[in-house]
Design a protein around this ligand. Sequence first.
Ligand code: NDP
Length: 412
Amino acid sequence: MGKALIIGAGGVASVAIHKCVQNSEVFEEICIASRTKSKCDELKAKLDGGKTKITTAQVDANNVDELIALIEEVKPDIVMNLALPYQDLTIMDACLATKTHYMDTANYEPEDTAKFEYKWQWDYRERFEKAGITALLGSGFDPGVTGVFSAYALKHHFDEIEYIDILDCNGGDHGYPFATNFNPEINIREVSANGRYWENGEWVETEPMEIKRVYNFPEVGEKDMYLLYHEELESLAVNMPGLKRIRFFMTFGESYLTHLRALENVGMTSIEPIEFEGQQIIPLQFLKAVLPDPATLGPRTVGKTNIGCIFRGKKDGIDKTYYVYNVCDHQACYTEVGSQAVSYTTGVPAMIGAAMILTGKWNKPGVYNIEEFNPDPFMEELNKWGLPWVEDFNPVLVDDEPAKTKEVELVR
Ligand code: NDP
């Protein structure tokens, strides 16, 4: 049915590529292109021989001209951006120049400022519309499936959604005292930033990890979770009519937080360049180099993830609650595609998002967040491709008030 150019060959891309090859009816041909070509070749060697034709290429995705030349050579129907958030705009520029559909899993973040927001990508709306091409933003799990869950809840279960709590639980254990489950640089930039949630039309800012809750996750058990700012809050606050509040919580273990605090205290998480033995280095990038590569965590990670959304709102004038979530087993993912569940839960929706565009199910020119499309075909595909969802119409809710607890004072 179509041809995809996949940029990036890391943890998420590897899963997405396995899934594209499984879905060969839609992905007849893929080209895997990344900074380090040998990683693309390794994936090709592993997956060649099936119905999907695989080629590889080297590309620096920071360079628009190189990207344009590659797109012109490969002639894909869609570019799947599975590199890093820093490359979003250069890849969008190349898609515009070549009139090629675009998708990604994370919004743009300038390399020198730990600040991610949709503004930069939303600015491309008119240009994509005029070019007659679609940009699908945020087709991972969160953002991604959480947006699809929101659109689905609104379409099928509510007249109005007032409250959304997104709960991201990783109950997995990799056995290391400290490691991140995806790109350490991106992960640490995210969790060391201030927390933020949206309430009554305004953003409320918190200190990093200031708000803590304990939640008993289905199939995982009780975990500490902390309020973080996460990028889907920005688009869902705009795209969910009548919304009063949206929050995002992620689980972290004590060991992870203790290490993170120590690393922060000694300056290892800084993105300000420093001079070291005559060279400029960025401490966070150096830290990334000494931490375990997330791609190597697969064989050692056991346990499950549980990511979902709790909605509260009204249906036919009556209060209603709805929790929809996915549980994913690290070892089952590893057995299937050689990666742990964090890459799996992002790579599968990346493949599905691209398939939505290639099959014409989601086809409107412009730049859109995932919740702006019809959720139904995506929800069906989640069940089909390894991320089945579970519904609960009477879930335990996350406390509303007070936002800051005494326990939190102790934690800090
Ligand atoms: P990895 O670091 O494992 O992989 C990144 C890949 O991009 C590597 O292959 C890297 O190449 C390549 N790359 C980096 N810079 C360039 C460049 N300039 N040109 C070409 N290729 C480049 O990251 P992950 O796979 O863990 O994450 C991929 C994306 O997914 C990130 O944007 C991340 O934020 C996002 N993500 C989204 C989630 C969601 O739920 N929405 C959850 C988790 C991640 P090299 O091998 O040379 O380093």
